[in-house]
Design a protein around this ligand. Structure first.
Ligand code: SDX
Length: 440
């Protein structure tokens, strides 16, 4: 039993549920966290009432207890292990943030040096893994390649698939963090018919990725330090985000005891959706389709039209009902990257005008829809030279550390068991089979 459940029993703060018409009642424990909403422990609800809770989309459901990331949607706050994302964005780097997410504390200088060494020296993949790519079409979406190749790592690294062994869990975690950029760059190189570029141990995590993405064997490639910093910052901002769809997918897959590579492949699959991590690609495609500022009202009207499935990509969020703090950092960074590259990105003007108009429109104000992490990231990534199809792949690289941190926490949580939701059944009641010659 975790300390939270214990404390709940000590405080005996009870939620009393009564359904007089059905002679049902339940006394349920209230549990408090350190930040954010308290929870009503409904684990005994079915035993006491024979009834389930009903919460499609989990709008009011806590699936677990976690110490990793906290979001306050009303205030627009995001903490990694208690540290505000703005401070980490300004003062930290992705390797240090990865250590923080994995182990819970900022590393000492010695711990950080060792962690960076251990990750950097595992960025190379076995040469045989390059053969996995040969089976894909060159024009395959790189996320399809990521789902395939990351899942296939389980067919390779048999020595780190025993999830009951803490050492093997950490080896798999390090391998995934280290190798995702290499696999991602290989997916890109394969799609453009260029040779794979090997990682370099003398470069930072972010610089190494840019090098593998954009270097060619024919000439030296110097990583632009402004782009290296921008890449590192984008990784920090996308590293973890509480129990979002892809993280919940990783936890649910992991709850059955599935191996870590299969779980992270499942996370990639979920992240790919345009309502989730695929929104950065969709947002840039939307801005491109809008094209010019004068066409913005037409798209705002479509986003508000209930009969039109069109949504403003990069806007809205299940948790944030205020500005996504990551979007604020990215909007500022977009200026810096575009200035550094001396890129005239008209879509940035469209994005800023779209944001301005939307935030003054009563539909968006009333529904508390603000730009999210995906609204500006595409503009930066496009200016940095990434094709739109790679945007969600970059999100997956960054989110891998959050996924493995949450996966490890789930396995170590004594309260966790295989995730197996129930349902509200509204299908046919019992009926007997009808032979085919008697069916009308
Ligand atoms: C990410 O969960 C996370 O933390 C995710 C993420 C992470 O780091 O892991 O933050 C990353 O996925 C960010 C979100 C990226 N997705 C998009 O930008 C896609 C566009 N956004 C929407 O699809 C939507 O806002 C969601 C999916 C993000 C959130 O949807 P919810 O919480 O289920 O909200 P909802 O669909 O119930 O919307 C509430 C209302 C609805 O209108 P009503 O039915 O109440 O009349 O707001 C409307 C929606 O129609 N609405 C939008 C809108 N988003 C919501 N209307 C127009 N444009 C939008 N973008």
């Amino acid at each position: 039993m975790t300390d939270r459940t214990q404390q709940a029993q000590e405080t005996a703060d009870i939620a009393r549920l009564e359904i007089p018409s059905r002679d049902k009642r339940a006394d349920l424990q209230v549990m408090d966290g350190t930040l954010g909403p308290s929870v009503i422990d409904v684990r005994r609800l079915y035993a006491q009432t024979g009834m389930f809770t009903y919460d499609p989309g989990f709008t009011s459901t806590a699936s677990c207890e976690s110490k990793i990331t906290f979001i306050d949607g009303d205030k627009g706050e995001l903490f990694y292990r208690g540290y505000p994302i703005e401070q980490l964005a300004e003062h930290s780097d992705f390797m240090e943030v990865s250590y923080l997410l994995l182990f819970g504390e900022l590393p000492t200088a010695e711990q950080k040096e060792q962690f960076i060494h251990d990750i950097i020296y595992h960025t190379m993949v076995h040469e045989q893994i390059s053969h996995f790519f040969r089976g894909f079409r060159r024009d395959a979406h790189p996320m399809a390649v990521m789902v395939g190749v990351v899942g296939a790592l389980a067919a390779f690294y048999h020595d780190s698939t025993d999830i009951t062994d803490p050492h093997q869990r950490m080896v798999a975690s390090y391998r995934l963090i280290a190798k995702m950029p290499t696999i991602a760059a290989m997916a890109y190189k394969y799609s453009i018919g260029q040779p794979f570029i090997y990682p370099r141990n003398d470069l930072s995590y972010a610089a190494n990725f840019l090098h593998m993405m954009f270097a060619v064997p024919c000439e030296p490639y110097a990583v632009n330090p402004v782009l290296e910093r921008a890449m590192d910052l984008i990784f920090i901002l996308h590293a973890d985000h509480e129990q979002n769809a892809s993280t919940s997918t990783v936890r649910l897959a992991g709850s059955s005891g599935a191996n870590p590579f299969a779980c992270i492949a499942a996370g990639c699959a979920s992240l790919w959706g345009p309502a989730h991590g695929g929104a950065n690609e969709a947002a840039l495609n939307m801005l491109t389709e809008i094209g010019t500022v004068d066409r913005i009202p037409e798209y705002i009207a479509r986003a508000k039209d209930k009969n039109d499935p069109f949504r403003l990509m990069g806007f809205g969020h299940r948790v944030y009902k205020n500005y996504d703090p990551r979007a604020k950092v990215l909007r500022k960074m977009a200026h810096e990257v575009l200035d550094e590259l001396k890129v005239d990105q008209p879509l940035f003007d469209v994005a800023r005008e779209l944001e301005k108009i939307a935030l003054e429109d009563e539909y968006f104000v009333e529904k508390r829809l603000y730009p999210n992490v995906d609204f500006y990231s595409g503009i930066i990534l496009s200016a940095m030279g990434f094709p739109t199809s790679m945007f969600t792949v970059l999100f997956a690289i960054a989110r891998t550390v959050g996924w493995v941190a949450q996966w490890n926490e789930m396995i170590e949580d004594p309260n966790q068991k295989i995730g197996r939701p129930r349902q509200l059944y509204t299908g046919p009641t019992r009926r007997d089979f009808v032979p085919i010659d008697q069916r009308d």
